[in-house]
Design a protein around this ligand. Structure first.
Ligand code: MN
Length: 202
């Protein structure tokens, strides 16, 4: 028996991201949706263990597809909560090496913000926008993830993500994804994004 996934605690209270993300929206997202990916991933791990123990046949294709969906969902949400912060602490613009890196690739922070916003708004169906770092060139790249696990650049570490599944914003913004993405910029935890960058380039 190996280890299982657990729902991480948020580094702030449910009401702390208001008015950009309401207490109800955040609570439902964390305790219902994120929890479902944790449970889903663990159920598949248990199913695999059971099949191996009994040396039983299993539909490996279906199992791996479901595992990718659930583990992807869990890991992305775990990053997402940490790259958010209450207004005042979050928002504004990054500084230091992160600011330099974004300016070197995108010419300006405003240009990065525009491209990331467009990536988030235009995800087909459910998905994520992610800021990643190419593991070969060290260049920052925007990754537009469909679902939790398609269009991914394999092995690129993630610096920041934005969830644009409808479940992330429907309570606060109905079907207005663009309004949610605009609100996101007020609660980005740039210190956390910079910390993730520091860990990669040290
Ligand atoms: Mn979500």
């Amino acid at each position: 028996m190996g280890k299982y996934y657990i729902l991480p605690q948020l580094p702030y209270n449910y009401g702390d991201l208001s008015p950009y993300m309401s207490e109800e929206q955040l609570r439902v997202h964390h305790t219902i949706h994120h929890q479902a990916y944790v449970n889903g991933a663990n159920e598949i791990l248990e199913m695999l263990e059971k099949a191996r123990k009994e040396n039983a046949e299993l539909d490996i294709k279906a199992a791996l597809k479901a595992l990718s969906w659930n583990v992807g969902g869990h890991l992305l949400h775990s990053i997402f909560w940490r790259n958010l912060a209450p207004p005042g602490k979050g928002g504004g613009t990054p500084g230091g090496k992160l600011a330099d890196l974004l300016a070197s690739e995108f010419r300006s922070f405003e240009r990065f913000k525009k491209e990331f916003t467009q990536a988030a708004v235009s995800v087909e169906g459910s998905g994520w926008a992610a800021l990643t770092l190419c593991s070969q060139t060290g260049r920052p790249m925007i990754m537009q993830i469909e679902k939790h696990n398609a269009n991914v650049f394999p092995s690129f570490p993630i610096l920041m993500v934005l969830d644009v599944f409808e479940h992330a914003y429907y309570i606060d913004y109905k079907n207005k994804r663009g309004a949610f993405v605009e609100a996101f910029w007020n609660i980005v935890n740039w210190d956390e994004v910079a910390k993730r960058l520091e860990e990669l380039i040290k």
